[in-house]
Ligand binder design. Structure first.
Ligand SMILES: C[S@@+](CC[C@H](N)C(=O)[O-])C[C@H]1O[C@@H](n2cnc3c(N)ncnc32)[C@H](O)[C@@H]1O
Length: 465
C-alpha cells in the first residue's frame, strides 16, 4: 500500500501537531506527510562501488545519497555485497553529530535499540578498525535481522546482543557513546508506513513515553566520564522527546551538547530548560528537510561520572565460547594471512576473529550478555583443510583466495543459489565477486561448481526480464 492509498491522519494527531506548528506551517507539514517519501542510501566506505550519476547528496552526511526513484534493491548484487545500506536520510544526521563531537574512534559504543541496523552500520563505520560496537536488540527475531545486516556490512567490529536494556546494568560506566534510538509512536514514519498511522493514539503515545522512561532509567548510567548519550525517536510529540530530556536530566548528571547546523538543512533546534541548564533537541519536519520525521538530542556525562575498566580475566569461562591456544592462533594467522592485531575465539569448531585490543571488553560482554554474534566468523578446519564461512567472504578482512568476477547474470544465479556454469581454471575455494566486491564462495570440484551462498539468504523473488 502507498501513502496515497490512505490519506487520513488520526484526528487527535492533527490537533497535537496544530498545537506544535503555526497554522500556515501546519498545512505544509500535512501535505508533506501525505506525499511520497524519498529513497536514500548510505554507502559503505570500506566497500567502495560506483554510484550512478543521477544521485543527489544528503546534505549532512557525505556518505548519503538520494536516488531518483526506488529501485528493486533485491536484484542489485551490490546490495547483497553490503556496498550500501538503504537508510532514511534524517537518520544519517548521527554521522554529523559524531564528527562534531569528535567522539573517540578507539571507543566502545552501544546501540541499545539497534534492529534492523541502519544506525549501527553508521556507528560501525565511524569507529572503523579502532573501536568496538555493541549492537543490541531485545526482540529475538529482529536481533537475527540485525546480525545478518552487520555481517553483510562486514566490518568485524561489532558484537550483536539480544538483551533487555535492564541486563546492561552491570556495565555502568563502560561505554564511550550510547545511542538510544527508542521504540516510539512513529509519527515521523506516517508517510512511509500506513500501519503506523493506524496504530497511533494518544494512549499509545503515553505507553511509548512510559517505555522510553524505563529504557532511559536503565541506560542513563552506561556512558563513562565525558561519554555521550544520544537519544532519538522518529516522532514529533513533546512527551516522547523534550519530556525525556527533562526525565533523563532529573535522574542522572548530564551536561548539554549543542550541535552546529547549516540553516539550509531546515533542521529545527529546540531548547529545553532543566536544572542542569538548557538542553538542545533537533527536529526534522518533513516539510522542511529532505527526510522523514526525527527527533535527536545529545547529552554528555560529567568527568567525575562512574567509570568501569574491565580487567583481563585469567580464565575465560563461557558455556559456548573458548579462547584459542597458541597453536590455533598460529595456524589461523598462517592459513588466512591475518596480522598479529587479530585475536581468535572458538565456538564449537568454528573460529571467530576480533581485534585483540578488545578481547577483555568482549569477554566481559560475553559473560554478562546474550551474545548472538561477534567480530567475523571465519570458518573451521576439517581434516587439515580450512572451510571458510560466508561471513568471512563478505567481510573486509584480507582474503588469500583466487577470485572470479561475475557478470550480472551470473551474480543473479549465484544469489538465487542456482547451479552455476562458469569458466574457472582454479580448483577449490574461489571468491565470487561482482564489480570487484565479494558476493560469497564457490568451490570448483572439477566436473561441477558448488554454490555456497547461504540458503536462508537466497533471492526467492523472480527476476524481471
Ligand atoms: C526505532 S527502532 C530501531 C531502529 C534502528 N536503530 C535502526 O536505525 O535501524 C527501535 C527498536 O527498539 C526495539 N524495542 C522494542 N521494545 C523495546 C524495549 N522495551 N527496550 C529496548 N528496545 C526495544 C524494537 O524492536 C526496535 O528494533
Amino acid at each position: 500500500m502507498t501513502s496515497q492509498d490512505s490519506p487520513k491522519l488520526p484526528k487527535a494527531f492533527e490537533q497535537q501537531m496544530a498545537s506544535i506548528l503555526e497554522a500556515d506551517e501546519y498545512s505544509l507539514f500535512k501535505a508533506a506527510l501525505l506525499s511520497p517519501s524519498n529513497t536514500s542510501i548510505r554507502i559503505n566506505p570500506r566497500k567502495s562501488s560506483p554510484l550512478s550519476a543521477d544521485t543527489t547528496p544528503v546534505p549532512w552526511n557525505s556518505q548519503g545519497f538520494f536516488l531518483p526513484q526506488r529501485p528493486k534493491f533485491t536484484f542489485d548484487p551490490l546490495f547483497h555485497a553490503g556496498a550500501y545500506y538503504v537508510q532514511e536520510a534524517s537518520s544519517m544526521f548521527i554521522g554529523h553529530i559524531l564528527n562534531h563531537l569528535q567522539a573517540p574512534k578507539e571507543g566502545l559504543y552501544l546501540d541499545l535499540c539497534a534492529a534492523p541496523g541502519g544506525k549501527s552500520s553508521l556507528l560501525a563505520d565511524y569507529i572503523g578498525e579502532e573501536g568496538m560496537l555493541v549492537a543490541n536488540e531485545v526482540i529475538k527475531t529482529r536481533a537475527s535481522i540485525l546480525k545478518e545486516n552487520m555481517i553483510k556490512w562486514g566490518l568485524g567490529n561489532t558484537v550483536v546482543t539480544n538483551n533487555d536494556p535492564s541486563h546492561f546494568e552491570p556495565l555502568e560506566g563502560l561505554f564511550d557513546v550510547v545511542l538510544v534510538d527508542a521504540p516510539c509512536s512513529g509519527e515521523g514514519m506516517f508517510r512511509k508506513d500506513v500501519q503506523a498511522r493506524e496504530e497511533w493514539s494518544p494512549e499509545n503515545v503515553k505507553l511509548c513515553a512510559a517505555r522510553q522512561q524505563r529504557i532511559l532509567d536503565q541506560t542513563g548510567a552506561l556512558p563513562g566520564p565525558e561519554g555521550y548519550l544520544i537519544y532519538s525517536t522518529c516522532t514529533f510529540n513533546q512527551q516522547e522527546n523534550e519530556d525525556m530530556i527533562r526525565f533523563l536530566t532529573e535522574e542522572f548528571a548530564y551536561e548539554p551538547v549543542r550541535i552546529p547546523l547549516n540553516p539550509d538543512w531546515g533542521i529545527v533546534e529546540t531548547e529545553t530548560d532543566t536544572e542542569w541548564g538548557t538542553f538542545y533537541g533537533y527536529r526534522f519536519f518533513p516539510h522542511m528537510v529532505s527526510g522523514e520525521g526525527l527527533f535527536i538530542t545529545v547529552f554528555k556525562r560529567p568527568s567525575d561520572a562512574h567509570v568501569q575498566e574491565p580487567k583481563k580475566m585469567k580464565d575465560f569461562k563461557h558455556i559456548l565460547l573458548q579462547r584459542t591456544n597458541k597453536a590455533e592462533k598460529h595456524q589461523l594467522r598462517e592459513e588466512l594471512k591475518l596480522d598479529e592485531t587479530v585475536d581468535f575465539y572458538k565456538l564449537k569448531k568454528s573460529f571467530f576473529a576480533l581485534k585483540g585490543f578488545w578481547a577483555k571488553y568482549f569477554e566481559l560482554l560475553a559473560t554478562t550478555l546474550n551474545v548472538k554474534y561477534f567480530g567475523t566468523e571465519l570458518g573451521k578446519f576439517n581434516k587439515g583443510q580450512f572451510i571458510p564461512t560466508h561471513d568471512f567472504a563478505v567481510s573486509i578482512l584480507p582474503k588469500n583466495f583466487p577470485k572470479h568476477e561475475a557478470s550480472l547474470e551470473a551474480a543473479h544465479s549465484y544469489l538465487k543459489k542456482d547451479e552455476l556454469e562458469l569458466d574457472i581454471s582454479q580448483d577449490g575455494w574461489v571468491l565470487l565477486t561482482y564489480q570487484h566486491l565479494p558476493l560469497g564462495w564457490i568451490k570448483n570440484i572439477g566436473n561441477r561448481i558448488n554454490n555456497y551462498y547461504p540458503k536462508e539468504w537466497r533471492i526467492r523473488m523472480k527476476l524481471m526480464e
